[in-house]
Write a protein that binds this ligand. Structure first.
Ligand SMILES: O=C(O)C(=O)Cc1ccccc1
Length: 350
């Protein structure tokens, strides 16, 4: 039933023209189902799209969540499986209830979602694709409710963080719940007339709520990066000219600055472009960072500091192999998290 509703909403949601401010790469807007391609680019997601028929993709949230939209965008023919918490998303894939899982790992406004990223380090999963979603938030309320009747707002913590200024201006208290669509469900099931939810227009249409305000995010440019994860490592289709990206973690016990400099010099000397380089240390984390060592029977080891490193290129490229070999000479543990098709398109949804 939920699936039917989603499909209905996907085909009936009003198409929206985005005003994308001062984007040099901005070209045209192409409609594809109910989403808008904001940046025209190589279609790197073609691999999973073609193979996605009947694949089950687990996501965190209720139907109508942004993660579900990201999953449907990357794998249009897939069946999406709602999960309450991120840990349930991971176990869905580990137990075989789902073929793939999708996680939000960073946003332009908040940076890396460290808890989700760290979960990825602790499990034997690999990244098979990334997808970027342009996220706009709306204020949703029960039909007929006006702004002046509202006392508080509920939503996913990331959505609340992205709308902090707008919420302060509205003078509303806020409370975090599991996900944006879950917030909408909560309003509806408890007939909450003094509470609004921050969610998408798609969630409003799906649950029949009123949209009281659009574009609630504090910055107009708000893109969330999602990763699609699999238990197995599917081979990258070599015959296609797709943009390939690799993610890895460099875990170590030695000086972070030395390792950071070594990573920079190893990649820059081979002209490999880094797309992410970030330190996560026990100081930020309130404890050591746990990393699964896939080589040694899957034991989880603790490190005072790790580097998240993403770069353009495949692990099959000779210069990438050389770079990894050079890094591996250091007293560090290097784990490849995935080598995947990187779709540079930014998909949009209000
Ligand atoms: O709560 C949701 O709808 C999610 O999918 C998580 C999320 C929240 C805010 C931006 C992107 C993803």
């Amino acid at each position: 039933m939920a699936e039917m509703l989603i499909n209905q909403t996907m085909s009936t949601t009003k198409r929206t023209h985005f005003q994308v401010p001062s984007l040099p790469a901005f070209r045209t807007m192409n409609y594809r189902r109910n989403y808008v391609k904001i940046l025209n680019s190589l279609n790197g997601s073609v691999q999973i799209e073609e193979a996605s028929r009947n694949l089950k993709v687990a996501y965190q949230g209720a139907p109508g969540a942004y993660s579900e939209f990201a999953a449907k965008t990357a794998c249009p023919e897939s069946v999406t499986i709602p999960c309450r918490a991120v840990i349930n998303v991971i176990s869905a894939i580990e137990t075989g209830r789902a073929d793939l899982a999708i996680l939000a790992v960073e946003s332009t406004m908040e940076g890396t979602a460290v808890r989700n990223y760290d979960l990825l380090l602790q499990r034997d999963l690999c990244i098979v694709q990334e997808i970027n979603l342009f996220v706009q938030y709306c204020l949703l309320a029960m039909p007929g409710v006006t702004k002046s009747e509202l006392k508080r707002v509920i939503s996913h913590p990331m959505a609340l963080a992205h709308c902090g200024r707008s919420l302060a201006e509205l003078g509303l208290d806020h409370e975090a719940v599991d996900d944006t669509a879950g917030a909408v469900e909560l309003l509806l099931s408890n007939r909450m007339l003094d509470t609004a939810a921050i969610a998408s227009t798609r969630a409003a249409a799906l649950y029949g709520l009123d949209v009281l305000a659009h574009g609630l995010q504090d910055e107009s440019w708000n893109v969330t990066r999602f990763l699609i994860l699999s238990k197995n490592n599917p081979k990258i289709a070599k015959k296609r000219k797709i943009r390939v990206k690799t993610s890895m973690v460099v875990a170590h016990h030695s000086g972070t600055l030395d390792v950071l400099l070594k990573v920079l010099s190893t990649f820059s000397s081979r002209k490999i472009s880094l797309t992410k380089l970030e330190v996560n240390s026990s100081i930020d984390n309130n404890g050591p960072v746990k990393v699964l060592d896939a080589h040694e029977g899957g034991s989880v080891k603790e490190y005072p500091s790790v580097l998240y490193v993403d770069f353009e290129g495949s692990i099959d490229d000779q210069k990438v192999k050389d770079a990894i070999a050079e890094l591996s000479k250091l007293p560090v543990y290097v784990r490849i998290l995935g080598c995947y098709s990187a779709d540079p398109t930014i998909y949009g949804l209000q």
